[in-house]
Design a protein around this ligand. Structure first.
Ligand code: NAD
Length: 478
């Protein structure tokens, strides 16, 4: 009850960050707590004039920032990681209120963002000597691009901002960062921390609607867009960026398959497979979204997964027992409800969940589905919610061709008691990352991104960092 009363008070202590100054905008955004389906906060929203000011400030700041050393930039990024840890409690609580995920997972998201930030600044980007002989010295250098526009989605707003943000800053770029209109608040608070650490204009944070994202992609003074979001919007971003030929990194949606081999132990892997599918109520780009299980272990796996689903605690993320929070917004909730309806109409069998509670908040129980056709919406589309199909196969080649029969290609996994065999099979998945006996394992030192329509370019690792830089050959005749 205390929580309900508290959410009636509208929280408004938010500002945009432009050129080192907290600013209000011409417009505002009302932010809904998905556990109640009710507005709990209001923040300023930027229009095109705020965007112009932020981009101009970032462009000015670039003149100085680009000449700072990697060491200087790394030191400030480490300060940022320390500040994130220091403010983890209130940030995590705000993240849970606006996003819905359980509090311990919000805290883990902030922790992970801090750790990955520190990891990335340990990466060296050396000048590469390409040819060295009596006539010539030819080297490859990397220089920053300029102003980077970062656009993020609503499922993991802190972590998905920090990856590109730290990549851009460490490589000498300045930034205009825009979170999703569904989850702008934690990012605006992140802006307050950034403002205490970085020189004015180096990072600017603007909340705003989809149109703000579009203006960023069109802006002549933004040199690169780092976009994380849906495939449909990613295509618009790429098309719009073509007008100025700005550089683009796209981290888009997935429809990750997990192939469970006949030698896997269903009971031993069930918990891992379940949470790799349902963590954040399935709202994870690299969640398992299709489970292909060999016929010999199929029934036992279904049983073990249903046990996990029935035991999972769904509720308000602020409740310490909660393992799965609500779906983040009404639009996504309606989409998942629609997919459930379509699934039921197709005659598929619901093994767990499948009934949406009639209560406030966007809650949806973990739903496992079997006896479903490969052509169904649930199998073909990115459901991005807590409903997952378990599909049977008898021949591995058939499982692989069904797993690969999609325009998505983010990631996938193979589960087996023989890791070597698993690695061989995993290499046949047409994805950016193929795991064996795990899913969703990422690191600052390992490139992440999608094959096919799941992305364009990579984040993290030296490969990701180079995506924020222009390669330049310096060729010297001796
Ligand atoms: P979305 O594409 O609707 O929105 C993402 C962001 O783009 C928001 O900030 C939005 O305001 C902005 N935007 C909307 N229209 C725009 C336009 N025309 N031009 C520029 N920006 C625009 O995505 P979402 O619903 O917020 O997020 C869910 C999707 O994100 C899922 O598909 C998920 O798989 C994907 N995702 C991918 C990764 C990854 O790393 N590959 C990570 C997380 C989420």
């Amino acid at each position: 009850m205390a929580e309900r009363a508290e959410t009636l008070e509208l929280r408004t202590d938010f500002s945009l960050l432009i050129d080192g100054e907290p600013r209000q905008g011409a417009e505002h955004l009302d932010v809904i707590n998905p556990a109640y389906g009710r507005v709990f906060a209001r923040c300023p929203a930027a229009g095109s004039s705020e965007l112009d000011k932020a981009v101009a400030a970032a462009k000015r700041a670039f003149g100085t920032w680009r000449h700072t050393s990697y060491e200087q930039r790394a030191a400030l990024i480490k300060e940022l990681a320390a500040a994130l840890r220091e403010h983890q409690g209130p940030l995590a609580e705000l993240l849970t209120r606006e996003q819905g995920k359980p509090l311990n997972q919000s805290a883990a998201e902030i922790d992970r963002g801090a750790a990955q930030s520190e990891g990335m600044v340990g990466i060296d980007i050396p000048v590469e000597t390409l040819i060295e002989d009596e006539q010539r010295h030819i080297e490859l250098r990397y220089r920053p691009l300029g102003v980077v526009g970062i656009i993020t989605p609503w499922n993991a707003p802190v972590n998905l901002a920090l990856g590109p943000l730290v990549s851009a800053l460490y490589t000498g770029n300045t930034v205009v960062l825009k979170p999703s209109p569904y989850t702008p608040l934690t990012t605006l608070k992140l802006g307050e921390l950034l403002n205490r650490i970085f020189p004015a204009g180096v990072v600017n944070v603007l909340a705003g609607g989809d149109e703000l994202g579009q203006w960023m992609t069109e802006h002549v003074d933004i040199d690169k867009i780092s976009f994380t979001g849906s495939v449909a919007t990613g295509k618009k971003v790429l098309a719009s960026a073509a007008g100025t030929l700005k550089r683009v990194t796209l981290e888009l949606g997935g429809n990750d398959p997990a192939i469970i081999l006949d030698d896997a132990d269903p009971k031993a892997i069930a918990r891992k497979v379940f949470f790799a599918s349902f963590v954040n109520s399935g709202q994870v780009c690299m969640a398992i979204k299709r489970i292909y299980a060999h016929e010999s272990i199929y029934d036992e796996l279904c049983e073990a997964l249903v046990e996990q689903a029935n035991a999972a605690v769904v509720g308000n993320g602020l409740d310490p027992d909660t393992e799965l929070g609500p779906i983040q917004n009404k639009m996504q909730f309606d989409k998942v409800v629609d997919i459930l309806k379509d699934t039921k109409q197709s005659g598929a069998r619901i093994l767990s969940g499948g009934e949406v509670p009639d209560e406030p908040g966007y809650f949806f129980p973990p739903t496992l589905v079997t006896d479903i056709s490969e052509d169904s919406r649930l199998v073909r589309e990115e459901q991005f919610g807590p409903i997952v199909p378990i599909l049977k196969y008898s021949e591995l080649d058939d499982a692989l061709s069904r797993a690969n029969d999609t325009r998505y290609g983010l990631s996938g996994s193979v589960w087996t008691s023989d890791p070597e065999k698993g690695a061989e099979i995993a290499a046949k998945l047409e994805v950016g990352t193929a795991w064996v006996n795990q899913h969703r394992a990422t690191s600052a030192f390992v490139p992440f991104g999608g094959a096919k329509e799941s992305g364009y370019g990579r984040q993290y690792s030296i490969l990701g960092l180079k995506g924020y830089m222009e390669p330049e050959v310096v060729s010297v005749a001796k």
